[in-house]
Design a protein around this ligand. Structure first.
Ligand code: FPP
Ligand code: MG
Length: 320
């Protein structure tokens, strides 16, 4: 059966599905989950699923469930991440943990995660649940590596890359691969889409890490310099500290010191600008977008390929 609707129309169904899932949590966890879900995320991951889902030209299983599951896993990980990072803001609202506390935030994340896995079990797309379980392991492993470095030792570039591939690229890759499966694409095309998603995810996180330094808090809906405040060194900071051991030492020494953060932020920001580390990180994001686009070479020319290609290019310009 050919897909009947355009991805943008199906997105409304995805939205309804994820809101319904949040509302099935036992009170007051329904409010905790709803607070994040209704705060207006970009829905980037469902879009990747839906665009990839048009590649094969068929419909195997329920693509709405796949797209909803991806967004739910992402939201679950954010609820948990904001506890780990002690984040004050998310999507322009106080983080759930600020309003309801850590325990309820964690439980709301657990609820969304369980529901996402149920959706995948029922979606009828072969391998989608199994591959999501492997993806979740990658997310957890990356968070563990990031945590081990926090405030203790600066990651080198290869550790940083391992972290962002695990915490962000893994889920993007799942979205593109599982979407392609739901569209009935063959193994070669599904593999190409997995590569597309992985590279897109790396670019997405590189931009996230630059925007944490030079973005607009209003557009981003979260505070800037959150990574530095938490002792998490992202690529722009790692690059800026190369050849500046004093800066590296100050970043690590700040965690748990109780000292005001402003002088450190000023110094890190100056280091980033003077060394061109922000420009270099954006250049790398562009490089990974090009790799994502190259992976689409396996698809031949089609409207589906065109949408995925344009999506990758537009992502590079994001400010939120
Ligand atoms: C945001 O990163 C966090 C992630 C992309 C992943 C977080 C993953 C976990 C907490 C593991 C739990 C896993 C599951 C499956 C629920 P960030 O802190 O760099 O971005 P931010 O600035 O938006 O917070
Ligand atoms: Mg965080």
């Amino acid at each position: 059966v050919p897909p009947a609707d355009e991805p943008e129309d199906i997105l409304d169904q995805v939205e309804a599905r994820i809101r319904a899932v949040a509302s099935t949590a036992p009170p007051p966890i329904d409010a905790v989950a709803g607070h994040l879900i209704t705060a207006g995320g970009k829905r980037v991951r469902p879009r990747v699923v839906l665009y990839a889902g048009t590649v094969g030209g068929e419909r195997i299983g329920d693509v709405v469930s796949l797209a909803a599951a991806a967004e739910l896993i992402h939201n679950a990980s954010l609820l948990h991440d904001d506890v780990i990072d002690e984040a004050p803001l998310r999507r322009g609202r106080p983080a759930s943990r600020v309003i309801w506390g850590n325990a309820r935030s964690v439980l709301a994340g657990d609820h969304l995660m369980a529901c996402a896995l149920e959706l995948l079990e029922d979606a009828g797309v072969p391998g989608a649940l199994r591959s999501m379980l492997a993806t979740m392991r990658r997310l957890v492993e990356a968070e563990v590596v990031q945590l081990a470095h926090r405030g203790a030792i600066l990651p080198d570039v290869s550790v940083y890359e391992r972290v962002i591939r695990g915490k962000t690229a893994a889920l993007f890759s799942w979205c593109a691969h599982a979407g392609a499966r739901a569209g009935g694409a063959d193994d070669v095309v599904c593999q190409a889409l997995a590569e597309y998603g992985e590279e897109l995810g790396v670019a997405f996180q590189l931009l996230d890490d630059v925007l944490d330094l030079d973005g607009s808090p209003e557009e981003l809906g979260k505070s800037l310099f959150a990574d530095i405040a938490q002792g998490v060194a992202t690529l722009p900071v790692v690059l800026a500290t190369q050849g500046r051991p004093e800066l590296a030492r100050k970043i690590l020494a700040h965690v748990g010191s109780g000292d005001p953060i402003e002088p450190l932020i000023e110094e890190v920001w100056r280091g980033v600008r003077e060394t061109g580390a922000d420009v270099e990180t954006r250049r790398l994001a562009a490089l990974h977008v090009e790799r994502a686009r190259s992976a689409l070479g396996a698809l031949g020319g089609s409207p589906a390929r065109q949408s995925l290609d344009e999506f990758a290019v537009i992502m590079l310009e994001r400010r939120m």
